[in-house]
Design a protein around this ligand. Structure first.
Ligand code: KIV
Ligand code: ZN
Length: 515
């Protein structure tokens, strides 16, 4: 069995998804979970793109051990210097240098000749190699790069010292057959390519990112660049969980495996969805809510008789365990702690006490508390505790089919100041959002609003996801409560708080545009 290395770029390419603004703490939390998941390389960010990204890369490099930590850099010395500075304390650092190589990018974006591009790659890789031996080079838009020129690019990068050559299908244009042909051509024609790692990086514009990545593996790729839940620029990147589970489930076919701890997949997916505010569609392969649900009578009958009839993977494999412990009103702190461990959480005593208190409150409102409820409580807690953010102190709403919807609320501002406001609106949610805008003094545009229940039943927790916009910057927010109006208020405040924290996305966009 060949080992395929997993290069996770959730924190870099994934963070380029519209509306995703991760704070430094959130990036660190995701990086720690990626460590538990067993990825080989974490692309922690783009150090030169903003001070926030630099600090995030530095902190991850310092604190996450047992994994290679990488920063992206353009082929300019100041970017490579920043990447090196941010990675100084990493156990295993890697600098990832990139430059576009397709004629379209050369003509319209870079305004450079092929010779100039080769020269710049040579200089940049040599410069990075002075700092460390582990240097990766990516030929941006390799998918649309003429194969003769791509071979020249690879040869120059390898001769200059690159230890990894990455072949991005940046715009998700290729078919699996074409992608595999490109990889085969590189392997046949480029001297020294068998001595380095060959990597894939596929985008999903035509829905073929995972298929292209797997075709690349068949053609000799040894590292795959992927993201959790497939998030990323535009339609996203190849999804880690889909590539990994395809290799695990069809090991007979691919004859390849990864170092991933499969039991951490579900939890990692949840965490990334929560912190990025990007909803996992119910029909998403592997981690979607319906991925293991059998609806039709014929399927249910088959599964009850023998799971193998309709299940090619077991939900337990990805960490979606059938609950051993059922919790309710009479459950004690000990059982609750066990449940948290079973769900994969490692909380401090203080945090457990706080979530336990909320669990008891929930038991008063809800007969059975499910695993999903507990996950929602733990996840919700982590944002509420931040004293540097807007927090909802109370909310009162009056509405009805003959009354004018009115919301009154009290907020604690990041400065500690308390404000109370009231507003009327077209509906209860509109009134709440108007009152929040008044209290913050900052009217943001509501781009989208979605509501769903965490579990079934009338007493279920409601989960609200919103996207808001201020100027050009988008932010996602999420709120959970048994009261959907409170969940709506929390989601809106969460998004506003995120507009205030990491602005790394806007900065990264500027860098991408070459500004
Ligand atoms: O899609 C792409 O080309 C990239 C590179 C910077 C690796 O993300
Ligand atoms: Zn990309």
């Amino acid at each position: 069995m060949r080992i395929i290395e997993i290069f996770d770029t959730t924190l870099r390419d994934g963070e380029q998804s519209p509306g995703v603004n991760l704070s430094r703490e959130e990036k660190l939390e995701i990086a720690r979970q990626l460590g538990r998941l067993g990825v080989d390389i974490i692309e922690a960010g783009f150090a030169a793109s903003s001070p926030g990204d630099f600090e995030a890369v530095r902190q991850i490099a310092r604190e996450v051990r047992g994994v290679t930590v990488c920063s992206l850099a353009r082929t300019v010395q100041s970017d490579i210097d920043s990447a090196y500075e941010a990675l100084r304390e990493a156990e295993n650092p890697r600098i990832h240098v990139f430059l576009a190589t397709s004629d379209i990018h050369l003509k319209y974006k870079l305004r450079m000749t092929r010779e100039q591009v080769l020269e710049q790659i040579d200089q940049a890789v040599r410069y990075a190699v002075k700092y460390m031996s582990n240097v990766e080079f990516s030929a941006e838009d390799a998918g649309r790069t003429d194969i003769d020129f791509l071979c020249q690019v690879a040869e120059v990068a390898i001769r200059a010292g690159a230890k990894v050559f990455n072949v991005p299908d940046t715009v998700g244009y290729l078919t699996p057959h074409e992608y595999a042909e490109k990889i085969r051509a590189l392997r046949e024609r480029v001297p020294g390519i068998d001595k380095i790692k060959l990597s894939s990086h596929c985008h999903d514009d035509l829905g073929m990112a995972v298929a292209n990545t797997l075709a690349g593996i068949q053609a000799g790729i040894t590292q795959v660049e992927v993201t959790i839940n497939g998030i990323g620029e535009r339609a996203g990147n190849a999804s880690l969980e889909e590539v990994v589970m395809a290799l695990a489930t069809r090991a007979d076919f691919y004859q390849a495996k990864t170092n991933i701890d499969l039991g951490q997949i579900y939890r990692t997916s949840r965490l990334v969805s929560k912190l990025t505010g990007m909803v996992v569609p119910p029909n998403k392969a592997i981690v979607g809510a319906n991925a293991f649900a059998h609806e039709s009578g014929i399927h249910q009958d088959g599964v009850l008789k023998e799971k193998l009839t309709y299940e090619i993977m077991k939900p337990e494999t990805i960490g979606l365990s059938e609950s051993k412990l059922v919790l309710g009103k009479h459950s004690g702190r000990h059982a609750f702690r066990e449940k948290l461990v079973e769900l994969g959480y490692q909380l401090s005593d203080e945090e457990i006490n706080e979530v336990f208190r909320r669990f008891k409150e929930l038991c008063d409102k809800k007969k059975t508390v499910t695993d999903e409820d507990i996950v929602a409580l733990v996840e919700d807690k982590q944002l509420v505790d931040r004293s540097d953010l807007y927090q909802l102190e109370y909310l009162h709403v009056s509405c009805g089919n003959t009354a004018v919807p009115t919301a009154t609320l009290r907020l604690r501002k990041p400065s500690g100041e308390i404000v109370e406001e009231a507003a009327v609106g077209n509906g209860a949610v509109d009134a709440i959002y108007k009152a929040i805008d008044r209290a913050t003094g900052d009217a943001v545009e509501l781009v989208s609003y979605q509501i769903q229940s965490v579990t079934g039943g009338r007493d279920a927790l409601g989960e609200v996801r919103v996207q808001v916009k201020r100027g050009e910057v988008l932010a996602n927010g999420r709120g959970v409560s048994t009261d959907v109006l409170e969940a709506s208020a929390k989601a809106y405040l969460d998004a506003i708080n995120r507009l205030g924290v990491g602005r790394t996305q806007a900065a990264a966009a500027r860098v991408r545009a070459g500004v």
